[in-house]
Design a protein around this ligand. Structure first.
Ligand code: NAD
Length: 531
């Protein structure tokens, strides 16, 4: 039985299958509790972004394999939906323990395949783990409502699972975002087909193995791979009732349109352009530390007990900063602190910033920096010439880069950069900053830095963005709340995780019942609408 193993992360030892993969290591499908070698002839090469070494080949599964996954999930639903709520709670309790216990292993896979630093990768796992911890409260989360409406009659609601649900996830959080989706989905009684990003599926494979160890039965959790063909299968497959998607606008709009046209429930978290707003009355040291972390990688801060806490940034990165009034005088110091970040392979001691995911991503980011220069912005810090040495010399590295004097009509402002580039605008008033942010099509996250409660209150009231931080750079809500990006950053009505996530993965049945002792003396048909 070809079990998934830690060998996934090496380039040398995998020789399980000859043929179209020429003995190279391959990522398996996980269907009906088995790690299966795909019979496809279409493989996607996955390279370590810090070294360009081939890590594994990821299959584009055949149609028959995809159908097999959805059929197994459909079959497993018949029994899984009937398990007691305590059984599902116990599985979540086991899973949160196993994920915590295997955090380093998952983080190692993430750094190898995706490039982010090991500390950042652990933050990626931790933020997903917190959703599993919240899912341990599934008995309370699934409770319905009840009301005695009149004598002998009461109404109550039941939250029922939907059936087979699918998750389609992006490359930038290979553990956190699958964990936003599948644990809550199965805790609600659904079965799941997960399609992680073809660019870094290793973390999802380990999570599938841990789910199995935690007691998730065969067919309840399945992992398939590939890109557009798999996604289109998921959108069209009648057995799949709902799709949770996180990723780019391009893919998300397509999935939302195709999935909903086929009658599925779809939630799609899309792109982002998160703005930080800096007032001159803010605490300077705190603000600059937060900005550097939130713009260029994991935002780290010293907690009271002196532990370095890491908040992964990615789609919640503060990629754009608006300096209001005199706070722009802090720019040189911001550049100094950014320049001090250690750029190297993510597994190196003290690494602050790893490579971008691929040579193509690097090209795109360099092009966007150049577009800023061409359109009149100033390069306060230029990371384009960064050269890694030794085993990392072929890595996709870009040093921290800061563009100032940026205007909203410039390409580097309008497009998502998704690289270590901080775009800075300067304005005179808070109202101007609010106007710029509210005119931006995205509504994922924003943060204001100030010591004035009145300014913070004005900002939180007037800003049209779904997640707001006050002196907190990356305001990703903990999972007792939901991830509430708004406007262009979401399609669909129900948010990820929290109460909203439970609503997404269930439908409500409302029962009105009458229990009355028989009275044989009243003989009259009830022909009127009850009043
Ligand atoms: P992506 O859209 O390229 O990929 C996401 C998923 O969609 C992958 O599983 C991929 O296989 C699939 N996909 C890609 N192209 C497709 C196509 N043409 N047809 C069908 N399926 C397709 O996104 P990415 O580059 O992996 O991730 C980065 C993007 O995700 C950024 O735009 C970022 O802002 C966004 N993101 C958003 C959030 C959020 O919560 N709003 C969180 C993380 C990432």
């Amino acid at each position: 039985k070809p079990l998934y193993s830690a060998r996934l992360f090496t380039t040398t030892t995998a020789t399980r299958r000859q043929g179209s993969t020429h003995g190279k290591h391959t990522t398996k499908l996980y269907i009906n509790g088995e790690f299966i070698e795909s019979q496809t002839d279409k493989w996607i090469e996955l390279h370590n972004p810090a070294t360009q070494q081939l890590v594994t080949l990821v299959p584009q599964p055949t149609h028959a394999e995809l159908k097999h996954a959805s059929r197994c999930a459909e079959e497993a639903f018949k029994t899984w939906r009937k398990t007691s709520i305590l059984t599902r709670q116990r599985v979540m309790l086991n899973m949160q323990f196993l994920i915590r216990d295997n955090m380093d292993k998952i983080a190692h896979a993430i750094t190898t395949e995706q490039g982010k630093t090991f500390a950042d990768a652990k933050g990626d796992v931790l933020r997903g783990l917190q959703v599993v911890e919240a899912a341990c409260g599934i008995p309370s989360l699934l409770m319905g409502e009840t009301l005695p409406v009149t004598t002998d009659m009461d109404t109550f609601t039941i939250r029922e699972p939907l059936g087979v649900v699918a998750g389609i996830t992006p490359f930038n959080f290979p553990a956190m975002i699958p964990l936003w989706i599948f644990p809550l989905a199965i805790a609600c009684g659904n079965t799941c087909v997960l399609k992680p990003s073809e660019r870094d599926p290793g973390a999802a494979m380990i999570l599938a193995k841990l789910a199995e160890e935690a007691g998730v039965p065969k067919g309840v959790m399945n992992v398939v791979h590939g890109s557009a063909d798999t996604v289109n299968f998921i959108c069209d497959e009648p057995a799949i009732k709902a799709i949770s998607f996180v990723g780019s606008d391009h893919a998300g709009k397509h999935i939302f349109a195709r999935g909903t046209a086929n009658g599925k429930r779809v939630q799609a978290n899309l792109g982002a352009k998160n703005h930080g707003v800096i007032l001159a009355d803010a605490s300077k040291n705190h603000t600059l530390n937060q900005l550097v972390g939130a713009a260029f990688g994991a935002a780290a801060y010293e907690s009271k007990d002196n532990h370095r806490r890491v908040i992964p940034s990615g789609c919640m990165a503060l990629s754009t900063v608006i300096f209001v009034g005199k706070s722009k005088e802090w720019l040189p110091e911001l550049a100094e602190r950014s320049k001090a970040l250690k750029v190297t392979g993510g597994l190196e001691e003290g690494a602050d910033l790893g490579p971008v995911i691929s040579p193509q991503a690097k090209e795109r980011v360099l092009g966007l920096i150049q577009s800023g220069v061409d359109e009149g912005a100033t390069l306060l810090l230029d990371g384009r010439g960064f050269k890694a040495t030794g085993k990392y010399e072929k890595g996709n590295f870009i040093g921290p880069t800061i563009l100032t004097g940026v205007k909203p009509n410039m390409r580097c402002y309008r497009e998502e950069i998704f690289g270590p580039v901080l775009v800075c605008l300067e304005v005179d008033t808070l109202d101007e900053a609010i106007k710029i942010i509210n005119e931006n099509p995205y509504g994922n996250g924003t943060a204001v830095f100030t010591n004035s409660g009145a300014i913070a209150r004005k900002f939180t009231e007037e800003i049209d963005v779904g997640q707001v931080g006050v002196n907190v750079p990356i305001p990703v809500p903990l999972p007792m709340f939901s991830f509430t990006g708004s406007r262009g950053s979401i399609r669909g009505d129900l948010n990820f995780y929290g109460k909203s996530g439970v609503q997404f993965f269930t439908s409500t049945k409302t029962v009105t019942q009458l229990w009355r002792h028989e009275d044989a003396t009243v003989i009259q048909a009830a022909v009127n609408m009850p009043t």
